[in-house]
Structures are given as C-alpha cells and as structure tokens.
Write a protein that binds this ligand. Structure first.
Ligand code: G1P
Length: 306
C-alpha cells in the first residue's frame, strides 16, 4: 500500500472522541481524575489524541463527556495567568507546553448524560458535522496506535473503495473476547480486507477471525442512520459494532486496514504502564536515564524473584 504522506488526502474535519467512560479499571485514581487526563510521560492521553487529529488536518475535536468529567475539556483552555507567570520567569518551554493543547484543534464538548454505550456516544456527534461532511473519524482515547499515520492509510482506502474504513489489529484467538471482531475477505492488497460482518466481544470459539477493531474508525455519515436502528447489544449497551454490521448488511462498503505497527491500551494499568515506558524511552529528556533505571530495576527484580 502507498504510504507517502504527501499523497495523503485524509479530508477529515471532525474527530469524535468518546470520553464519557467511568474509568473503573483505573480506580482509585479515577475517583477525581478522568482517565483521559492521566499523563503519558507529561502529556495527558486526550492531548495525544488531539495531536493525532490535528496532524491529519482535522479542525474539530468532538469530545463526548459525562456530566462529571468537565475537566477533560478544561485541558484545552488558555490559562493566560499561568502562561504569563511562566514567561516572566523565563520558562518559555513550559509556557509553550501549557499553550499547546489550545492551539491544536477546536474542542467541542458533547454531554452524554448516561453511559448507554459507544454506539450511543458516537450518535451524539451528528449535529456537530457540517451538512456536506460525508465522513468523520472516531478515535478512542484508550487506544494509542503508532505510527499515528494509520488514518492516512484508511483515508486512501476510502478514496479507492468508498464507505467506511476501520483499523484492524491481529491478536491471539484467546484475546478476541475483548474486542469487536471482523469477518473478512481478502482484497488485492494484503493489508486491506473487505469486512463482511462484525461482532462485538464474541466467545473465542465464535470469533470469525483474529482481526479486531482498535480505536480508529473512518466512518461514512450513513453510520448515523444505522445507529438509529440498533438495539442494546453486548453488555446491554448500544454498540458501534452492531451499527457497522448493519451498514454491511445494507450493502455499504466496509474495509479494514491491517495495522502492523504498535498499539498501547491506556484504559487499564497493565497497558498504561508499558505505554509510559515506551514513550519515556523515546523522550529526549527522560529516555537515556530511564533506560538505565529500567535495566537496574529489571536486574534487581530478577535477583529478587530467582
Ligand atoms: C471498544 C469497542 C470494541 C473495540 C475496542 C477497541 O470496546 O466496542 O469493538 O474493539 O473498543 O479498543 P471497549 O474497549 O470500549 O470495551
């Protein structure tokens, strides 16, 4: 598949970010701090998503929040007094960091009063889209997909084949029960599959493949009509997966780009800690010392547990 950035025609104006979850896997931290504000090195997950959205040219970040999670949007405020104080003290680098989120993209808060599911959350974004906006992206803030250019590949597939394009990751069969799982057919491109069905969190023996949805979706606007038709599915929630399956059943093209890069799951400590380590190791300030500390920690740990 062509992956030159110059050719990229993503053309996405709106990125929808469902961020209304309760963060139960991160308690007790999430009693008062929304999980989207937990830092990866020094930057909250929501700002990493905003960076990724801005990098593909999106203008709007439609953040679906719960009534108790207003702090997530506050992260995009201007903080003029803090910036002024930092600049007066010559701390320009820190001041730039404070201003960065606000300058990236225009955030729009959409309140989801009740946690009715990912499908319901996405449906709330419809009024934010322009009348002529045929497609939009969904980025789940729990999922960090690297390199962050995967949406460019997805946009190229949409330009060639129309419809909706999702990001797929290969996992072992035993892990499929955690994800939306694709039933696929091959295309002429090894890394692009046609989706002929999709099922949310099936039992491993019922999984149609080991290709699963990670948190990047390029959705045709027709998804909103499909979302109006779905009824509560897995876990009693309105599932985005079920609306995508309805699109397929109605003959709409749905494809996946099989992502061969890295993925981190910020939604639970078991995925968040490796993400911090990975980003930390690549950080020019903290990386070299972190590398040494990790080696020492590993050596001590192995000695302790031998
Ligand atoms: C959601 C989706 C699922 C997808 C997953 C990716 O599930 O419902 O289809 O595979 O995100 O992270 P969640 O992890 O929110 O339960």
């Amino acid at each position: 598949m062509a992956t030159s950035r110059d050719e990229a025609t993503v053309g996405v104006r709106t990125v929808v970010v469902p961020a209304a979850g309760m963060g139960t896997r991160f308690l007790p931290a999430t009693k008062t701090v929304p999980k989207e504000l937990l830092p990866v090195v020094d930057t909250p997950g929501i700002e990493l998503i905003a960076q990724e959205a801005a990098a593909v040219g999106a203008q709007r970040l439609a953040v679906i929040t719960a009534p108790s999670k207003q702090e997530v949007l506050r992260h995009f405020d201007t903080f003029p007094e803090l910036v002024e104080m930092l600049r007066a003290r010559g701390k320009d680098e820190q001041a730039d960091k404070v201003e960065r989120a606000n300058q990236l993209i225009a955030p729009i808060a959409i309140e989801q009063a009740k946690p009715l599911g990912l499908g319901h959350a996405v449906s709330l974004a419809e009024p934010v889209l322009d009348a002529d906006e045929d497609a939009f992206a969904v980025m789940l803030p729990d999922d960090i997909v690297l390199p962050a250019t995967v949406l460019e590949d997805m946009a190229r597939v949409r330009a060639a084949k129309g419809g909706s394009v999702l990001c797929a990751f290969e996992v072992s069969r035993e892990e499929t029960f955690n994800y939306g799982v694709f039933d696929v057919e091959d295309t002429e491109d090894e890394l692009v599959k046609k989706v002929v069905g999709m099922v949310e969190k099936p039992e491993p023996d019922q999984a149609p493949s080991n290709l699963v949805a990670t948190g990047r979706y390029l959705l045709d606007r027709k998804i909103f009509a499909a979302l109006r038709q779905i009824t509560p599915g897995k876990g009693g929630e309105l599932q985005l997966t079920d609306a995508i399956d309805k699109l397929i059943a109605a003959g709409e093209p749905v494809h996946v780009v099989v992502h061969r890069g890295k993925r981190h799951d910020l939604g639970n400590p078991g995925g968040y800690i490796p993400a911090c380590v990975d980003f930390g190791l690549h950080d020019p300030v903290y990386g070299p010392a972190l590398y040494k500390s990790l080696k020492a920690i590993m050596t001590a740990f192995e000695a302790e547990t031998r």
